[in-house]
Design a protein around this ligand. Structure first.
Ligand SMILES: Nc1ncnc2c1ncn2[C@@H]1O[C@H](COP(=O)(O)OP(=O)(O)O)[C@@H](O)[C@H]1O
Ligand SMILES: [Mg+2]
Length: 396
């Protein structure tokens, strides 16, 4: 019997299109002798669709036509119901609730806010369907650039100095915050919304004027803002980690090639052009040209990041080398990396189909382990007698 895998992609995120590319790559990588892959596309409106038309990248040029042709589906938020249902369409008397597929596991290939940050993972955890990658907690911690840095710093993983605040604080105490930033960080700094990706809303500020503009810009995207000390002589290195928090391995390191001040959306995903070939096409040096002790340090740091954030599956950890003094800082973790970082694993001796095997096996293992933990809620306190009155503070 084949394992039925739902690959979720798209979603209400600025990285919607990137996710489509990553997901089609992943779907093609599954060994079709072992798996039945069910593509589930989440539209920009948040509706779910399945169907063979989702497998052709060309069809995404016209999203309206695509979702019209595909079959709208849903899952019930009920623990243990792993059925994918056809949504009722065409009015009151149409037939809904037909089971389209019975799923065994899910592989979310989703990037960005609402889908990589634990919000979507919470849906899967509610249903109890085994799924690949970080759980709700570690997804949320990994996505928020502020929370992530707090956790890393508290665990001795080096991160750049930063100041963070909310949009409301920015409106009410602008002067005090500017003073704090100038005192603690100085210039230049990098201003970021806490929870987006693909460099959206990020800008550099070399003086107070630019700082005000940069924060006003970042504030349009997020309620939480982080201002970081800028690494001026920057070399960026990425490293992927695969496994479980307590038992994981690091890939070879890559150096993404940058143009301009920092990697823009185009550099990252379009190879600097509009070719839309995905991460694979973007220019990168694999393995990165580094002294072996530096790449070893980075790989260790990547694994430590994965561990302290309690990650699972495949992540990519992006680090910054300050070439002025050789310091290395963790910049961020991507808990669902573009193209699932398959190109780093291929360069490390793990083929893409094997990567998908590993992700599914890890998902099933985590589920088995979770099921072994003891919960006590199946005991009915009301039926025990005696305890109920006292629990509600009633008279003895
Ligand atoms: N503290 C920093 N110093 C120098 N450059 C930075 C710093 N933080 C980010 N950058 C540059 O900005 C890019 C995007 O920032 P990052 O935090 O990775 O956001 P995203 O989630 O959008 O990828 C990085 O790849 C890097 O080039
Ligand atoms: Mg980044």
């Amino acid at each position: 019997m084949k394992t039925n895998i739902a690959v979720f992609f798209g979603g209400r995120s600025v990285e919607h299109e990137i996710s489509v590319i990553s997901a089609l790559q992943a779907i093609n990588a599954f060994d079709s002798d072992k798996y039945e892959v069910v593509p589930i596309y989440i539209s920009k409106q948040g509706r779910w669709y399945t169907g063979p038309e989702l497998l052709d990248l060309k069809n995404y040029k016209d999203l309206k036509a695509l979702t019209h042709k595909a079959t709208e589906v849903y899952m019930r938020p009920e623990y243990g119901d792993f059925n994918l249902y056809k949504a009722a369409s065409g009015g009151f008397f149409s037939k809904g609730n037909q089971v389209v597929a019975e799923l065994h596991a899910a592989v979310p290939v989703l990037h960005g806010t609402n889908v990589e940050d634990g919000i979507f993972q919470g849906v899967l955890e509610t249903i109890g369907l085994p799924f690949a990658g970080c759980n709700t907690l570690s997804s949320a911690n990994g996505m928020d650039k502020i929370t992530m840095k707090m956790i890393l710093r508290a665990n001795g993983v080096p991160v750049v100095d930063y100041v963070w605040f909310t949009d409301k604080q920015w409106f009410s105490q602008r002067d005090a915050l500017v003073e704090k930033i100038e005192k603690e960080l100085g210039y230049p700094v990098i201003v970021k919304p806490a929870n987006l990706g693909s460099s959206v809303g990020i800008s550099k500020a070399a003086d107070r004027d630019e700082l005000l503009k940069a924060i006003d810009n970042a504030e349009r995207f997020s309620q939480r803002i982080i201002v970081e000390k800028m690494v001026v002589k920057l070399k960026e290195i990425n490293c992927s980690v695969l496994g479980e928090a307590d038992e994981c391995e690091a890939s070879v390191c890559e150096e993404p090639v940058k143009t301009g001040d920092f990697l823009s959306y185009e550099d990252k995903y379009m190879g600097g052009s509009k070719s839309a070939k995905g991460m694979q096409a973007s220019e990168r040096r694999i393995p990165a040209d580094l002294p072996s002790e530096v790449s070893e340090r980075i790989r260790k740091m990547a694994k430590e990041t994965f561990r302290v954030l309690s990650c699972h599956g495949v992540s990519r950890i992006d680090v910054m080398i300050d070439e002025a003094d050789g310091s290395i800082y963790v910049n961020e973790i991507n808990t669902i990396p573009g193209s699932l970082s398959f190109y780093l694993w291929e360069a490390s001796g793990v083929k893409f189909p094997q990567l998908m095997d590993r992700l599914v096996a890890l998902a099933l293992k985590r589920k088995r382990e979770a099921d072994r933990k003891t919960f006590t809620y199946d005991q009915n306190i009301f039926a025990l007698g005696g305890g109920v009155k006292g629990a509600k503070g009633g008279k003895k």
